[in-house]
Write a protein that binds this ligand. Structure first.
Ligand SMILES: Cc1ncc(COP(=O)(O)O)c(C=O)c1O
Length: 394
């Protein structure tokens, strides 16, 4: 394909890491995962990193951990403020733990939660707020942090689309009580499948480690605060203290993650170079609403919303993109309220969701990759320019 939605970030180093782990015979979670967790924590400047088998699983154990905190746990019926644009597995753990979602629209240009609407969205049942930096572009995370602190709320930061983005010199994913990352193919780094939870809260970190693996105590530190260790080693080897899951990563993924992390700064720089070129090509053309950068984006992809003022037919544009061999897709999951799954969620809306609807009905994204995309962006621009010219619109 001339311009793919997703591309591999692997080279010989990742292949060698896989071979090394296979040859060792130790393929389930062990020292490679531990090393990757330590390197990841250091890179992102946080004390605790817990690797999982996906970003979705990181969200799951993070929300679960908030429900098992010793003091002020989240409880069934508590309300969480969420934006309508994110991936389905941002929301599902909330539903699975009996929490109520209260939707607050996104900003039309950044596509991230509109912080100006948060205060008015509060109800007596609000206990947490979720912010998701969409497709590499930091949400107003410092303001969400301040809002959460002001009202005694937990801050759930799903950073699965925005690894290595920064706001005020701080990495996204580190503003929340916990932050999550995805290493799925086509993300900023890939371990095939994989994810990470980071936190500064030692209790949350221990809870996440326990819930990640069966709810047992085996992965907890000797001086764990979650339980009292007995002298009976036989019992302690299989001791269960919480209703957990098995969402452990493989050792192979831990080894590949270390190689990918070394390449991350260079890959982010290449993505940002493409981002600047994309923004330059589309600058000043009000037919296309492109994402407004807030802070420093790690540019997962390029979003385009067809400005409704111009009455452009999106299907006509899609046909032109197909013809030009350019991949495209929905912006993340579109407006989650427009999916059938919402029927299973206890939820309410604070005001209208006009901006999320616009992204859903008039938006799409094309890929960004950690290598030069000048020819691809040039073709994209030419195709869109032609397809959206007054003369060519049906
Ligand atoms: C915002 C967001 N959260 C969570 C996930 C889930 O990550 P994973 O595919 O690793 O489960 C994704 C996936 O892309 C995502 O975009």
């Amino acid at each position: 394909m001339f311009y793919e939605l997703a591309a591999s970030t692997w080279g010989a180093e990742e292949q060698a890491a896989i071979q090394r782990v296979l040859a060792s015979g130790m393929v389930t979670m062990g020292s490679e995962v531990k090393r990757f967790e330590a390197q990841f924590a250091e890179y992102f400047g946080v004390p605790h990193a817990v690797m999982t088998n996906s970003g979705s699983s990181a969200n799951l154990i993070g929300v679960a951990a908030l429900c098992y905190k010793r003091e002020r746990p989240l409880q069934r019926g508590d309300e969480v403020l969420v934006p309508p644009i994110s991936w389905v597995t941002t929301y599902t753990p909330l539903q699975q733990y009996g929490l109520t979602l209260r939707f607050v629209d996104v900003e039309r240009d950044s596509l991230n939660i509109d912080v100006d609407r948060l205060e008015a969205a509060l109800t007596p049942r609000t206990r947490a707020v979720a912010a998701i930096s969409i497709l590499g572009n930091p949400a107003r995370l410092d303001e969400v942090r301040a809002f959460a602190d002001r009202h005694g709320l937990y801050f759930y930061e799903d950073n699965c689309e925005s690894m290595d983005a920064e706001l005020a010199g701080r990495k996204t994913g580190t503003f929340g009580d916990f932050g999550t990352f995805s290493f799925f193919f086509s993300h900023h780094i890939s371990t095939i499948e994989g994810g990470m939870l980071v936190t500064r809260d030692p209790e949350l970190a221990e809870l996440a480690r326990c819930i990640r693996a069966h709810g047992w105590t085996r992965d907890l530190p000797q001086d764990s605060t979650l339980f009292e260790r007995s002298t009976d080693a036989f019992y302690e080897a299989y001791r269960f203290i919480l209703p957990g899951y098995n969402v452990r990563p493989m050792e192979l993924s831990g080894a590949v993650g270390q190689e990918q992390l070394k390449k991350l700064p260079g890959m982010t720089a290449a993505r940002r170079k493409n981002w600047h070129y994309f923004k330059e090509r589309f600058a000043g053309d009000d037919r296309f609403i492109t994402q407004r950068e807030h802070g420093k984006s790690s540019s997962f992809s390029f979003t385009i919303i067809l400005n409704p003022a111009h009455g452009i037919d999106r299907n006509h544009v899609f046909a032109a993109l197909r013809e030009a061999d350019i991949g495209f897709r929905m912006i993340t999951g579109g407006n989650f309220l427009r999916h059938d799954a919402i029927r299973h969620f206890d939820h309410s809306c604070h005001g209208g969701m006009g901006n999320a609807d616009l992204a859903h009905d008039a938006g799409f994204f094309v890929g960004n990759h950690p290598f030069d995309l000048t020819p691809q962006i040039d073709r994209l621009h030419d195709v869109l320019d032609r397809a959206c010219s007054r003369r060519n619109s049906p």
